[in-house]
Design a protein around this ligand. Sequence first.
Ligand code: PLP
Length: 396
Amino acid sequence: MTTQEIITKTNAYGAQNYAPKPFVIDHAEGAVVYNPEGERAYDMLSAYSALNFGHRHPEIIQAAKDQLDKVTLTSRAFHNTVLGDFYEKLAKLTGKEMVLPMNTGAEAVETALKTARRWGSFVKKIPDGKQEIICCENNFHGRTISIITMSTDPSARAGFGPFTPGFKIIPYGNARALEEAITENTCAFLAEPIQGEAGIIVPPAGYLKEVREICTRHNILFIADEVQTGFARTGAMFACNLEDVEPDIFILGKALGGGVMPVSAITANKDILGVYEPGSHGSTFGGNPLACAVAIKAMELLVRDNYPRMAKEKGEYFMAKLREIHNPEIIDIRGKGLLIGVEFSVNAAPYVKALIHNGVLAKETHERTIRFAPPIIISYAEMDDALTRIKAALEK
Ligand code: PLP
């Protein structure tokens, strides 16, 4: 089938909850994708940072194949040979004592919300049903009913009420607003260390440190949603590391699955994750052997090949080259590591069209910001080629 035939069929049968750009991906390797006609393009979105290792990293694919030949799914009613290794690796990587595995980012966020409420009730002794969680304007934490309750994006909420009680929304990047919002019933503060979907919003320097200090002083949990920023994307293993800050709960997903499987988890110490007993939470697919096998390999690669340093150095190079582009409609270039946003004074959709035409897959977020987040394994030669194409598209 041709690109056009595939798009027509996809649009005919699928719910219209996405508006994909007209490039059909047939196969891919590393940082490069190909359409059915064999045309090549650089992937600058990386499945919203889930493809930190690139498409089909050979060692992750091998780990998946080896596991496919053994066992892929077991009931959580029994043990499996890989789950313990996965727990140990993720606990050590995040510096926490315990892990609770799920599948998607949204499920991990829900798990963190439930954990915080239980901790609030069981440990902090907030009357059950009164727990409050503070979150931030312009956040993106996923798409479930409770999560969109926290959203300030009208298109994410319209028609989906009634919503979940127990949330308070404050401005992002403003530590004083956090302090003022806390009551005796507050159990947690939830935030992205860098807001991804909002347009790569980096909070003021020192913000996360202040948040950490306020949460500790008021005995509330600091929950960091590192679903998009985690696993080296921002030039540190976790974006919280950029400010030397340790959250109480890490929410993780996307790249944890090595670009192969949906794998998510939260990690925390025993005094927090110890609030669960059998039957209180779970997921049929959470912690399945195939997911664990690819995640274990992904975590091995992150450390062995020093992905944080790769992302930091390549990110600095990429951002410096982007700054050489002359276009008065570009009003800001920002980001950390290989999570970079280019903000325009106008709607960026025509620029995205020009980029795709030039063989660079990127997409605008919130109309005026284009995100550049290539796989961290992208080579310097590929970056140079992509940057030449980007310059041609953005200087037009
Ligand atoms: N949290 C953050 C920060 C995200 O960026 C995303 C997805 O973009 C999610 C949560 C939700 O993850 P998923 O789409 O896997 O449910």
